[in-house]
Design a protein around this ligand. Structure first.
Ligand code: FCB
Length: 469
């Protein structure tokens, strides 16, 4: 028995009340820009987040992805930690500006990093799950219009081809995109994320070009390997109306359209939702959608990743009182209401019922698609005390969400795996290093990793194949 095992809170002896199916993927997730650091190593060039972070006032504390957790140099140790926890799968993202610096030619040295990482994972029996786009668009492509420019979708397809050619024989599951809602509506709508643009018509173009890029990437991956399982990861959420009043129900419909259906309908039904087109017609004529695009976008895929954190509670805004510079093109018609109950350090409400609901909703509305919870987790103000991090709030959060996921399984959801966000504390985008989501604590001065109690608890859950409550 290792020291690590001795320190854990063993649940093996207790009765497991909710057992997950044999073969369930127990994983953890990260993203390149949030953990790798090494921003100028081996030919990597800046992405939109390097630029955004260097712009005063955009990221808390003036933080940036440099040096983050130095995972680029420490990946072997990090994979050893994953093995110690018993992870069956690891979801990481590939940095586009490493593989295609400036968005141009292929860079063998950049690709080689992921080649080494994948081999290291496989040597420990951990399935590699690769995300192709977790928000690090090469800056030069942004300078040519970014995702508002159709050409970016083609550049993405070429980059996907490079990665699939190199890793296609070993990646267990691909996620083409991570949360395209954030890329489009936070990147080009509210400007809260890189590239920090505020133009709602461009945000709608970005939605489409991201989806087109997804379809082109699916083609590129299929061209390189016959064994690929391909999905995309979206932050599909549950949007609840604050009352049954018609105007509140209509506000929920609008937001559901722009959060969920604007992505799911094209991918799984081959068309954009008519009500969303109607709702946004004063902002966009949708002329950016070309005739054959939807065939490319709706090519068959093998699964769907759902990132779940919290539900939305919305109602109608009184005329003239709505927010006009939020992420959504029709933000001014909607008022956000506070969900009651406990909250995380992000001020996000803790509500696992939304997770069960979204898993079942996808099945009801889009069919029996294999589902993965590709992200779920919480930030809390963790502290290392005498070498330990007692993050009981996080354990409770994860436990309750796993219970909700299990309930969805019981009711017929085709759920195949669960990935904690995140393996490591990391660069939390516009909020910098202040928000810690890891089950492993990172001391940013020394880069020392400390397993939090939640990591030990998760190791026991994996080992037991389920949870006790
Ligand atoms: C998601 C992102 C992920 C992380 C979590 C907290 O929206 O995909 O990178 O920042 O939120």
């Amino acid at each position: 028995m290792t020291a690590l095992m001795a320190a854990g809170t063993s649940i093996q002896d207790q009765a497991v009340k909710r057992r997950f199916p044999a073969g369930f993927w127990w994983g953890a997730a990260t993203a390149a820009y949030q953990i790798e650091g090494a921003v100028s190593e081996d030919g990597r060039t800046p992405c939109i987040w390097d630029t955004f972070a260097a712009t005063p006032g955009k990221v808390a504390n003036g933080d940036s992805g440099n040096p983050a957790t130095e995972h680029y140099f420490r990946y072997r140790d990090d994979v050893a930690l994953m093995a110690e926890l018993g992870l069956g799968a690891y979801r990481f993202s590939v940095a586009w500006p490493r593989v295609r610096p400036r968005g141009q030619q292929t860079n063998a040295k950049g690709l080689a990093f992921y080649d080494r990482l994948v081999d290291e994972l496989l040597s420990k029996g951990i399935r590699p799950v690769a995300t192709l786009y977790h928000w690090d668009l090469p800056q030069e492509l942004e300078d040519q219009g970014g995702w508002a420019n159709r050409e970016t979708a083609h550049r993405f397809g070429e980059y996907a081809n490079d990665v699939a050619e190199k890793l296609g024989d070993r990646v267990a599951l691909w996620n083409t995109l991570n949360e395209p809602w954030c890329s489009a509506f936070l990147g080009y709508g509210s400007g809260a994320h890189a590239p920090g643009k505020k133009n709602h018509a461009d945000a709608l173009k970005a939605v489409h070009h991201l989806l087109l890029g997804h379809g082109l990437a699916v083609q590129a991956i299929r061209a390189n390997t016959s064994q690929a399982e391909i999905a995309l990861a979206i932050n599909a959420g549950v949007v609840r109306a604050v009352s049954e009043k018609e105007s509140d129900v209509d506000a929920a419909r609008r937001i559901d359209g722009l959060l969920n259906r604007i992505f799911l309908d094209p991918v799984f039904k081959g068309h954009y939702p008519q009500d969303v087109i109607e709702d946004t017609k004063t902002i966009s004529d949708w002329a950016h959608v070309q005739e054959t695009d939807l065939q490319i976008i709706s090519q068959k895929i093998d699964g769907l990743g759902l990132n779940y954190y919290q539900p939305d509670l919305v109602g109608a805004a009184e005329p003239g009182t709505g927010e006009t510079d939020g992420p959504y093109p029709n933000n001014d018609k909607v008022k956000w209401h506070r969900v009651s109950g406990p909250r995380t350090e992000m001020d996000w409400p803790v509500d696992p019922t939304g997770l069960e609901e979204i898993l079942l909703r996808v099945k009801r509305d889009y069919g029996d698609i294999p589902l993965y919870i590709t992200e779920n987790g919480a930030a809390y103000p963790d502290q290392v005390v005498d070498g330990a991090v007692h993050d009981n709030d996080r354990i409770d959060f994860l436990n309750r969400h796993l219970a909700a996921a299990h309930q969805a399984l019981d009711k017929g959801a085709n759920l195949r795996g669960y990935f904690v966000w995140s393996l490591l504390d990391n660069f939390e985008w516009a909020l910098g290093y202040g928000k810690r989501f890891g089950i492993v604590h990172v001391d940013y001065q020394t880069q020392v990793r400390t397993l939090k109690q939640s990591a030990l608890w998760y190791r026991d859950v994996i080992n037991a194949g389920g949870i006790t409550a």
